[in-house]
Design a protein around this ligand. Structure first.
Ligand SMILES: Cc1cc2nc3c(=O)[nH]c(=O)nc-3n(C[C@H](O)[C@H](O)[C@H](O)COP(=O)(O)O)c2cc1C
Length: 354
C-alpha cells in the first residue's frame, strides 16, 4: 500500500501546493468517510484484527498504539475514514473557541530532502461550536472504532489574560464529544501561546479546566474526560520540571510530547521562514523529551510520543523511551495514509517477540 502511495498518489500530491494537497487529501477522506459503512468495511481489512495489540490507557481502549497527531483534521471532518485506514486514535483540532482563518498563505512548506515540514497555519479552524455540532451528528464516545481526541487552543483574538475563559468555553462545548481532550499550549504560530507554558499561567489554566471537568461529573452534565497537555520540544529542563510538577499535582491524565520546534539547526540554520518545523529533524529532540519525562515521573505519567515518526523503528524508539502511544503527522505526507497500519502491525509483532 505504501509503495502504491509513493508511486502514484505522492507524485500527484507533490505537484500541488502543500496546502492544496492537504485540502484534496482531507476532502477525499471526508468523502470516503461519508459513505455508510465504508470506514467500518475498511477497518475490517486494515484494522489488524487478530494481529492488533490493543492498549488500555486513561480508561480508553486503543486498538493499536499509532495515532494521527493534531493539525491534519482540524475541523473533525475526516477522522472516521482515518480510523478505517488503521490509525488507533485520531486527535482532531486544534479547535479554538472563536472561528478563525489562520495566517495568510503560503503557510505550509515541504522539505523533501530532509523529510521535514514547516508550518505557520495559525489554528485555522471553524471554531468550537461548529466542530461540536459536527461531532454531535457522528458516532459519539463508546460508539466509535477508535478513541477521538479533541485538541483545543487559544483563539487569536483572546488576550493572554482571558485565555482561561477562552479554553473553558471550548472545553464546555467539546468535552462531551471527545474521548480525551488535549490542551495545546505549544503551537509556535499563535502570538504568546507558548507563554501559557509558564508555571503560574499553566497552573491556573489547568486547575480551572480540571475543576470544570470534575464539576461536569458532579452535576451530571456529562462524565469527566481524560485531559492531556501538549508541550513544545523547545522547553528548558527547568521549564519541563515545573510543568511536570503541575501535572502531577493536578493529577492530569497524560502528556503529549511534542509539538513542532522553533529551533533552526543543521540544514535549517539559515532558514528565515517563520513557523514550526516537524518531521525527521525533530525526531531526536522529541524522543529525548519523552525519555526525560518518563525518567522524572518514574513512568507514572502516561506519555504520547510524537515527532519525526516515519516507520516502525522510529515509532519503537518513542515507545522504548517511555511512551505508551505514538502519533505522527509529517511522516504521513511522505509515506502515505496507510503507514499507520504498517507501523502498528510491525510494533505488535515486535511486542510479541519480546
Ligand atoms: C501542517 C501541520 C499543522 C499542525 N497543526 C497542529 C495543530 O493545529 N495543533 C497541534 O497541537 N499540533 C499541530 N501540529 C503539530 C503536530 O501535531 C505534531 O505535534 C508535530 O508535527 C510533530 O509530529 P510529526 O513530526 O510527526 O509531524 C501541526 C503539524 C503540521 C505539520
Amino acid at each position: 500500500m505504501g509503495a502504491l502511495y509513493r508511486k502514484f498518489l505522492k507524485p500527484l500530491f507533490f505537484k500541488l501546493d502543500p496546502e492544496q494537497a492537504h485540502e484534496v487529501a482531507v476532502k477525499g477522506l471526508e468523502t470516503l468517510g461519508a459513505i455508510p459503512g465504508a470506514a467500518r468495511a475498511l477497518a475490517a481489512i486494515t484494522h489488524l484484527s487478530e494481529e492488533a495489540e490493543p492498549v488500555e490507557l486513561f480508561g480508553l481502549a486503543f486498538p493499536n498504539r499509532v495515532g494521527l497527531a493534531a493539525g491534519f483534521d482540524k475541523n473533525a471532518v475526516c477522522w472516521q475514514a482515518l480510523a478505517g485506514l488503521g490509525f488507533g486514535h485520531v486527535e482532531v483540532g486544534t479547535v479554538t473557541f472563536r472561528p478563525q482563518p489562520g495566517n495568510p498563505q503560503p503557510r505550509l512548506f515541504r522539505f523533501p530532502e530532509h523529510e521535514a515540514v514547516l508550518n505557520r497555519m495559525g489554528f485555522n479552524n471553524e471554531g468550537a461550536q461548529a466542530v461540536a455540532d459536527r461531532l454531535a451528528k457522528a458516532p459519539g464516545p463508546g460508539k466509535r472504532l477508535i478513541p477521538l481526541g479533541v485538541n483545543i487552543g487559544k483563539s487569536k483574538v483572546a488576550p493572554l489574560d482571558e485565555a482561561v475563559a477562552d479554553y473553558l468555553g471550548s472545553f464546555q462545548l467539546l468535552a462531551d464529544h471527545a474521548d480525551y481532550v488535549a490542551i495545546n499550549v505549544s503551537s509556535p504560530n499563535t502570538p504568546d501561546l507558548r507563554k501559557l507554558q509558564e508555571e503560574s499561567r499553566l497552573r491556573e489554566l489547568l486547575d480551572e479546566l480540571c475543576r470544570c471537568n470534575a464539576r461536569r461529573e458532579e452535576v451530571r452534565l456529562g462524565s469527566s474526560k481524560p485531559i492531556l497537555l501538549k508541550i513544545a520540544p523547545d522547553l528548558s529542563h527547568e521549564q519541563l520540571d515545573d510543568i511536570l510538577g503541575i501535572l502531577i499535582d493536578l493529577k492530569l491524565d497524560g502528556i503529549i510530547a511534542t509539538n513542532t520546534t522553533m529551533a533552526r539547526e543543521g540544514p535549517f540554520a539559515d532558514l528565515t521562514e517563520a513557523g514550526g518545523i516537524s518531521g525527521a529533524p525533530i525526531r531526536e529532540m522529541s524522543t529525548a523529551m519523552v525519555a526525560r519525562i518518563a525518567k522524572l515521573t518514574e513512568g507514572k505519567l502516561p506519555i504520547i510520543g510524537v515527532g519525526g515518526i516515519s516507520d516502525p523503528d522510529t515509532a519503537a524508539e518513542k515507545l522504548d523511551a517511555g511512551a505508551s502511544l505514538v502519533q505522527l503527522y509529517s511522516g504521513m505526507i511522505y509515506e502515505g495514509p496507510f503507514m499507520a497500519r504498517g507501523i502498528a502491525k510491525a510494533l505488535s509483532r515486535k511486542m510479541s517477540d519480546l
